[in-house]
Design a protein around this ligand. Sequence first.
Ligand SMILES: NC(=O)c1ccc[n+]([C@@H]2O[C@H](COP(=O)([O-])OP(=O)(O)OC[C@H]3O[C@@H](n4cnc5c(N)ncnc54)[C@H](O)[C@@H]3O)[C@@H](O)[C@H]2O)c1
Length: 387
Amino acid sequence: MTERRIGIIVNGASGRMGYRQHLVRSLLAIREQGGVELADGTRLVPDLLLVGRNEEKLHTIAERHGLTEWTTDLDAALADDRFEIYFDALVTNLRVANIRKAIAAGKAIFTEKPTAESLDDALALAREAKAAGVVSGVVHDKLYLPGLLKLRRLVEEGFFGRILSVRGEFGYWVFEGDGQSPQRPSWNYRAEDGGGIVADMFPHWNYVIENLFGRIEDVYAQVATHIPERWDEKGERYEATADDSAYGVFRLEGGTVVQMNSSWDVRVDRDELVQFQVDGTLGSAVVGLWGAKIQPRAATPRPTWNPDVPDAHDYRADWHEIPDNAGPDGFDNGFKAQWEDFLAHWAEGRDYPYDLLAGARGVRLAEAGLESSAQGRRIALEPLTEA
Ligand SMILES: NC(=O)c1ccc[n+]([C@@H]2O[C@H](COP(=O)([O-])OP(=O)(O)OC[C@H]3O[C@@H](n4cnc5c(N)ncnc54)[C@H](O)[C@@H]3O)[C@@H](O)[C@H]2O)c1
């Protein structure tokens, strides 16, 4: 079997996402399984160059995983022809400058979202990548969650009939940091450092919605900073300047209404940290990260409103869990699956659908959400198919 090596620069290798999901769960896992199999049977095997600020951290990570190449010098990494792909998992506000350098160095780009803090910057990156003829990809990991893979199956099989509405709840309690330590990096709560739940989550909602339900025609959002002060990694108090909750309503081409609550200030009374209820003329589904249950029209109970007697009906019992049907190995890690898909597209010279332009649509939804909230009005979104 032919083997082809592919050099990947991993910038932000010590970060929360860069280390756990991208390095360990994706790229190292791909190496361990012997690479990605291409259509012609060739196996594409990644060679990794770790990049970061802190030499000690990089050294420790490299040793732990048997890697030999790391550097704190991004320019030197970009000048190295052995590495053809640049991956970025840095904090959001450093992304544009670094990706821009990587495009100029002729590297293919794979990046975390959001691709930029403003639509202008996001579009500029998409244009620059196109002009330089480099392949680009942006994470869209939520589409690979088992629950959402099951949802896609339901949509494609026509289970719902006409989809009327989608209600999504995402969130959990993120500790403020004065007592128990916070479970997310503090920059997420500072607007000046690229934080905010809209910038973080609306790019995800954009690709989830446009790939499963249709194009978003307009958005109305109310955002809030419910908790105005938090404590950082060093236990120091800081002002939380970024939005920590967002209540969005998206109207789609075709009439479906999607309502999404995103919050780091809610306590969970759901089966999972994210949950979507989809209601259609022929049936409904409730899906989470993993699970998916359905209720077809023919098995829908007939509730009647009666405030005089306690309702003894167990509504939750009316739903049917749908099986994984994912083969003997179950579902793969979503980050790894999207890496494999991106690498295969890159190697086979195919256009990648989740590119910097798709990433820019995600940034646009975030920007429009914030604008809607600031102005108290609905913002229309024209089709965005060219940078
Ligand atoms: N796809 C997802 O589900 C998902 C989830 C969380 C975060 N993210 C995105 O991933 C990115 C990273 O988030 P995270 O939670 O891993 O953050 P993090 O703070 O854990 O990691 C950020 C990385 O940036 C580096 N960094 C920070 N400041 C720097 C500086 N001044 N110079 C050079 N490097 C610097 C850090 O060393 C670290 O490697 C963000 O853009 C975020 O939006 C995506």
